[in-house]
Design a protein around this ligand. Sequence first.
Ligand SMILES: Nc1ncnc2c1ncn2[C@@H]1O[C@H](COP(=O)(O)OP(=O)(O)OP(=O)(O)O)[C@@H](O)[C@H]1O
Ligand SMILES: O=C(O)c1ccc[n+]([C@@H]2O[C@H](COP(=O)([O-])O)[C@@H](O)[C@H]2O)c1
Length: 197
Amino acid sequence: MADDTRRIGIMGGTFDPIHHGHLVAASEVANRFALDEVVFVPTGEPWQKAEVAVSPAEDRYLMTVIATASNPQFHVSRVDIDRDGPTYTVDTLRDLRAEYGPKAQLFFITGADALQKMLSWKDTDLMFEMAHFIGVTRPGFALSDDHLPADTVSLVQVPAMAISSTDCRARVAMGKPVWYLVPDGVVQYIAKRRLYK
Ligand SMILES: Nc1ncnc2c1ncn2[C@@H]1O[C@H](COP(=O)(O)OP(=O)(O)OP(=O)(O)O)[C@@H](O)[C@H]1O
Ligand SMILES: O=C(O)c1ccc[n+]([C@@H]2O[C@H](COP(=O)([O-])O)[C@@H](O)[C@H]2O)c1
């Protein structure tokens, strides 16, 4: 696997739960950037969500596997959940670089909300050297790279999906359906594990 020139998309997220907004964004970017694959990377400890109760990493990992299983281009990595401590993208990129080899081109995909906050992330200078970043549109958030160094980020319009994990969790807690907001298998996994009750 090492030393090839594949184009690898990386979609990091807490995925609590993964929803169709994540999947559409990854699919659209894969097509627009001719990616060979997209690796979904569930966070270990999302340090900027410390005030929010986050489901166990294994549940978030399994929901991500279920959601991506039918797409041969989509894969899931455990690098962030298997690393102790807060999750930093600079570490994610270092681990995936080691896995995919020096010639792979890495494209890190983020929604407009995450892009707005990116300068608060750890070691951003190093991070920007390790991958190209792709910011995607998300309803309710302005998509801009004015605050980021030139040529580090591409902005991409994706089909608008007004879905958030926060809203999915709240719907489950209130007994409302999440069918068609998340993949069918994820609806069933949430019920089986009694998540968000
Ligand atoms: N509907 C969406 N459209 C485009 N991008 C999205 C959408 N939802 C999430 N993303 C992006 O996917 C990545 C992972 O998001 P995350 O797992 O935090 O989901 P979330 O819906 O934002 O969760 P929460 O509501 O719990 O904060 C982030 O870069 C985020 O901006
Ligand atoms: O590197 C950081 O400091 C950093 C801070 C916040 C978020 N991130 C990454 O951004 C991605 C989306 O995170 P989140 O919290 O919106 O689910 C995910 O891959 C996180 O690891 C990274």
